[in-house]
Design a protein around this ligand. Sequence first.
Ligand SMILES: NC(=O)c1ccc[n+]([C@@H]2O[C@H](COP(=O)([O-])OP(=O)(O)OC[C@H]3O[C@@H](n4cnc5c(N)ncnc54)[C@H](O)[C@@H]3O)[C@@H](O)[C@H]2O)c1
Length: 415
Amino acid sequence: MKIGVIGLGYVGLPLAVAFAEAGREVVGVDADPAKAEALNAGRSYVEDIADDTLAPLSERLRATTDYAELGSCEAVAICVPTPLTGAREPDLTYLTAAATALASVLRAGQLVVLESTTYPGTTRERLQPILEGSGLSAGADFNLAFSPERIDPGRTDYTVRTTPKLVGGLTEACAERARELYELVCDEVVVLSTPEAAELSKLLENIFRSVNIALVNELSQLCDRLGIDIWEVVDAAATKPFGFMRFDPGPGMGGHCLPVDPFYLAFKAREHDFYPEFIELAGKINRAQPGYCTERIARALNEAEKPVKGSRVLVLGVAYKPGVGDTRESPALEMIGLLRELGAEVTYHDPHVPELPQLDLSSVDLEQGLSDADAAAIVTAHPELDYAAVVSKAALVVDFRGVTRGIEAANLVRL
Ligand SMILES: NC(=O)c1ccc[n+]([C@@H]2O[C@H](COP(=O)([O-])OP(=O)(O)OC[C@H]3O[C@@H](n4cnc5c(N)ncnc54)[C@H](O)[C@@H]3O)[C@@H](O)[C@H]2O)c1
């Protein structure tokens, strides 16, 4: 079986690698020629995929910008971005472009699976008509299904193989084809009755996280007023072996998924005159958190008798989460902007993010950065940093991730 993957990013590349490792011939199509070129030269640009992983697959995994190569595949997975527009509505332009290009090479007997996160109805209402522009009929001439990607970049305890895969087909035969495809690389495939159920399941997973993060973020602000340590409270609640799931407070939500996906559902709900309040409320609280955390830095500097204006602030960690170099929607970027607006001189250190061209910054040496700064703010806690050493070297530390728990020091403030 030859398999095609459209969109070779954080989602598509690991999937393409998994199929190639399972012995299949894989053609990856990406709109970005630099990515195709890098992969064909054995160079990975996704942190979870090492160059050493690509090397033995060079015979089976090829990348191209040319959709024509997909014509000879039995199955094609679509893994293109699904961001929000400036008005915070679903931006399906990448999906539409990919589907239009695929329709021009689609042939009878193929299976097409959408993996990109999106609102319920996208596969049937948006993807199917574009693919049927080929003259072929979904469910009759070709198979169509939705199977949400559940990858968590940087995670090593669960992989493509060990994370159960959901599939929802347009017809039973579509679902069966999709199940057969994913059984090549996943130990467990769970078949749902429709693509819509699979689309909504993925959104539920992300909304669940967003709502619970908002809850604990809001509590962190209340704890500040009550003089209670939020970290002690979360640690204590997490000792309950049932009925509680741990979520930690922080400077806000980042990444391509949590700040974006819930609004796909809110958009669809509005079409049905339904206003999902949990989604909007969680979004509101989480989006306000970078501002609140910036204010905490200002307050800590004030205690040290320093105005924000003219103070040097070192941001530790600008990726959206530990262990990765992805800065999409990272709250650190917003905090840097807010600190600059207040007149602070901001630098950053991040072992995974050497440059932030959009802010005209480069990662500084940690020792130098700490000794130069009036305050160091731990915004993303990469595991390789020694936070006890940070506290001992910095003039002032503001910890938004709780990694200094257990340390008591006059120069240390925690969320
Ligand atoms: N990153 C994650 O952790 C994650 C997890 C689960 C689900 N998802 C979902 O998976 C989808 C992809 O996310 P990602 O993080 O891999 O995005 P990404 O930006 O890392 O990768 C998408 C790739 O698609 C390519 N592309 C864009 N338009 C194209 C087109 N018309 N034809 C071919 N290639 C095209 C881009 O060049 C890019 O390489 C999104 O819907 C996202 O919500 C992401």
